[in-house]
Design a binder for this molecule. Sequence first.
Ligand code: G3I
Length: 451
Amino acid sequence: MSTFKRIISAALAAALALSLCSCGEKPTRSVDEQGVLHLDLEETEVSYKDSLTDDSADYSQEALEKMKSETHYIEDSDVPALYKYFDGRVRIGVAFGANQITDPEDRNTKGIAKHYNIYSLGNEFKPDCINPAEGVYNFEHADNFVEFGAKAGAYVRGHTLLWHSQIPQWWFKADPADTRSLADCAAADALCTSEVLQERITKYITDVVTRYKDTVQVWDVCNEVLNADGIRRIADDSYWADIMGDIDGDGYYDDYVEVAFRAARAADEDAFLMINDFNMEWQGSKTKAMYDMIERLMRKGVRVDGVGFQSHISVDCDVATYRRNIEKIAGLAEVYDECFPEHKGEFRIQITELDMNMFVGSLAEKSFYKWTDEDFKRQAIKYKELMDMFMEFVDRDLIDAIIFWGTDDENSWLNSTPKLRRNAALLVDRDFSLKPAFYAIAEAAFTKTEE
Ligand code: G3I
């Protein structure tokens, strides 16, 4: 890196450090009378991302090939930024914790800002963090997150407005102060009514979507509303459908999804509103249930702009099945165009939580395993195979974002779920060196796709 570039880079990092570290009310933020958060950023802050990559970074395929035989770290400034290989074609993103973006000098924070241009928060944008008790809002982490996103020149995703998990139980109770479990409340006829739940959903979504109207580009309005072939019910740990009921009497219990999308759309006409779920990578019945539900909603006039495939897959994942299920959901683009001609061509799919469990086959029951170069190569081959498949949909204007669920192998939920084990699911190793999977993803930018 040239000396001049080094000085500029240090100055920009210092400017960002000052703004990120200052406590209390930040002069860069204000909330207007409607409740919309506004950011007022300095030019130097928004060029933070560019300052992290040296001009000498070589984006050619030859340079990428050479890098594979060397060791590079996530924050190295002479390494190309991953997202730039795909700039203008698809956004490349990452999910992280609020505690991972507090220090702009931290190597992982730099890696997040440098390599990705769409972000999710792993936990702190969920209702249990934002709205833990009736009338209590905690926007601190979400505000920091959207500000970091703006400074790093990235899109941000609001994950997630409604989910059956990480939702405070008071939402479902007749008396929010009732300390009994939901099961006990249900048995005592002490759950809230359908009308009250509609009001709570509408208030929360209106308040949150309004606040982030200027700063969140994509919302996961609803997360994981389906079981293997239809809407989740109490038996699947979800109280939404049973309390809300089948309001319009059409025989389906997805009315709460409709209420949520209508509230989000009313709060922000231009927001990109998505529904997000898992297992569609392999499960045909769930993929069909998603297609049918979204088609039904669209025909009722509910504009759902996209479907998220979470993509918590394993290294033995069958890419052909996955491709078939994306193709099925891609069929919703036609329904969308028909129902919302003024938004023709805007329906999208996103890969929202991509990671790769390595404990499969003979390793399935293990907890601690020393991953070998061979294991990492095998993982890289699978990631490349997947990326090549995604890129076909990217070039058909159907997939517009691919987001990894975690910054590095240490920061991954797969180390604690379904049990404590030392997984290796992501693109960056525990010492922050780039894994073969990282280069494999970049390599997919050079694969020719056919229309
Ligand atoms: O914050 C507490 C901490 O105070 C406590 O000491 C610690 C002890 O276990 O737990 C901490 O909370 C954990 C939280 O993550 C923050 O790290 C929770 O136990 C843990 O359950 C929670 O897991 C999150 C999970 O959602 C909850 O279902 C994962 O981090 C998060 O990555 C994961 O994300 C979900 C997506 O939102 C939806 N799709 C599936 C995906 C993976 O489960």
